[in-house]
Design a protein. Structure first.
Length: 164
């Protein structure tokens, strides 16, 4: 289904507003987002070993991402508070980057989607990786945070094209 041409969070006078979802039916909704944390190979080796100065980088970032998804409505002003039924955050070391690929899958049954919750989970997990390795490498890059897919609601299924 094609997307509309107007911004849904702007009223007729141009003011920001929270979208009224009260007339929408409850449906199962999911979203998957991803991002990357790019670092030097020696920094990635430390992350893999889990023995950095601040402890287990991947485990801590996973928990941070889960917590962030649950608090998205407190961080993004016009997001609805949602009862999340699923939050999975995976962090996979990738020698080809080199770095860590972060993926979040979020689910709910409700009147609005969980794209922002998945994107927030990925963003905060990436930031946590950065925070935990910055003493070793300040040049770490967070990049390519994006919605990979979503399902549910009136707009149905969306699958992103592979990046170039």
């Amino acid at each position: 289904m094609a997307r509309g041409t107007s911004l849904t969070h702007i009223d007729a006078r141009g003011n920001a507003r929270m979208v009224d979802v009260s007339a929408k039916p409850d449906t199962d909704r999911t979203a998957k987002a991803e991002g990357r944390v790019v670092m030097r190979p020696d920094t990635l080796a430390l992350v893999r070993r889990g023995d950095g100065n601040k402890g287990d980088v991947l485990g801590t970032a996973r928990l941070a991402g889960i917590m962030a998804a649950k608090r998205t409505f407190e961080l993004i002003p016009l997001c609805h508070p949602l009862l999340l039924t699923k939050v999975e955050v995976e962090l996979e070391p990738d020698d080809a980057l080199p770095g860590v690929v972060v993926t979040a899958i979020v689910g709910t049954r409700g009147q609005t989607g969980v794209e922002m919750e998945a994107l927030t989970a990925v963003s905060v997990a990436c930031l946590t990786v950065y925070d935990m390795v910055k003493a070793i490498e300040r040049g770490v890059r967070i990049e390519a945070i994006r919605l990979v897919e979503k399902d549910g609601g009136a707009s149905g299924r969306y699958v992103a094209e592979e990046p170039p």
